[in-house]
Structure formats: structure tokens, C-alpha cells
Ligand binder design. Structure first.
Ligand code: HEC
Length: 149
């Protein structure tokens, strides 16, 4: 008798486990932090690869070294001045009364127009920013404009 009882519980348990409460959501891989958004956008991926070391994941930068992009006037303003910084870099310029000791890398030869459009649009809408959307045409115009011109 007890043999069948054990067998029955084993089958019941197997069914319970394999049904998994009816959820069809695939398990996220262990490497993904639970709080991360489902899939980072193309622009966020570029940001994480090329910008995060200086400007930080939360866009707040590092005091007196790297300026914040969150709430930045240039980031929330017209596209051209922001794109110019990304294409040509920036050094020794005071931003809102703060002089940053480090330099911004020029990305002209590092990123494609598409990557620059994507990362610009990511930064312009992340962390409460509300910059307008930047097009491939805006990016091409900014690339054509040589530094200092
Ligand atoms: C090596 C560190 C470094 C990296 C990497 C970097 N930046 Fe910067 N960035 C800076 C510094 C330093 C400044 C300020 C320079 C100054 O004030 O002269 C700056 C300034 C800026 C500004 C102007 C901010 C303002 O409020 O005027 C923007 C926009 C910007 N960076 C975007 C980016 C983006 C997008 C990336 C990635 C593609 C990136 N940065 C990567 C260091 C960096």
C-alpha cells in the first residue's frame, strides 16, 4: 500500500514541478541582474561600452572629473552642440561653473553614425532627460562639420 502512496506522491510532485505553476516565462540567465531592463536598447549598449566609465551608469558623472549627463543643459538642448562634443571631444571647458580636470574623448573615428545616433538618443531620454530625438541627418551634418569650423 505505502509503495503506491510513495509512487503517487512522486508522480504528483513531478507534474507539479514540470508544470511550474503554468508560467511560460523563460528563466533569465543567472548573469543578468534581476533589476535590469529586459533588453537594453542599441543606444544603451553603446553607452555602457563607451561612456559609462566616465559618465557613470546613472548619468551623474564623477564630481570635478566627468560632468553629469543627467540634467545637462547641452544634453537637453539642441542636437548640434551635443553631437559636436561626441564627434570632436571636449577639454578644459567649464560646464555650469565647474571646470572638469579630465578630457572627453572624440568619437569621430570610434563610432559609426548609427551608433552615435543611438547613444545620443539614449542619453537625451535617460535619467529624466527630455532632449529631442536626433536623426541620421543631424548626425551626418555634425560629422561633416570639422572641429573648430
Ligand atoms: C574618458 C572619459 C570620457 C568618456 C569615455 C566619455 N566622456 Fe563625455 N565628457 C568627458 C569629460 C571630461 C567632459 C567635460 C569636458 C570639459 O568640460 O571640457 C565630457 C563632456 C560630455 C558632454 C557635454 C556635457 C555638458 O553638459 O556639456 C557630453 C554630451 C558627453 N560628454 C557625452 C559622452 C558620450 C555620449 C560618451 C560615450 C560615447 C562619452 N561622453 C564618453 C569625459 C568622457
Amino acid at each position: 500500500m505505502s509503495y503506491f502512496k510513495v509512487l503517487f506522491s512522486a508522480i504528483a510532485l513531478t507534474l507539479l514541478v514540470s508544470c511550474g505553476g503554468g508560467s511560460s516565462t523563460p528563466q533569465t540567465p543567472a548573469a543578468t541582474p534581476p533589476a535590469a531592463a529586459a533588453t537594453p536598447s542599441a543606444g544603451e549598449k553603446v553607452y555602457i561600452t563607451y561612456c559609462v566609465a566616465c559618465h557613470a551608469k546613472n548619468g551623474k558623472g564623477i564630481e570635478n572629473m566627468y560632468p553629469p549627463l543627467a540634467g545637462s543643459r547641452r544634453v537637453n538642448g539642441p542636437a548640434a552642440p551635443m553631437l559636436a562634443v561626441i564627434f570632436n571631444g571636449l577639454q578644459g571647458e567649464e560646464i555650469d561653473g565647474v571646470k572638469y580636470s579630465m578630457a572627453m574623448t572624440p568619437y569621430r573615428d570610434i563610432l559609426s553614425d548609427e551608433q552615435i545616433r543611438d547613444v545620443t538618443n539614449y542619453v537625451r531620454t535617460a535619467w529624466g532627460n527630455s532632449g529631442s530625438s536626433v536623426s541620421m541627418e543631424d548626425v551626418a551634418t555634425a560629422r561633416a562639420k570639422k572641429p573648430g569650423a
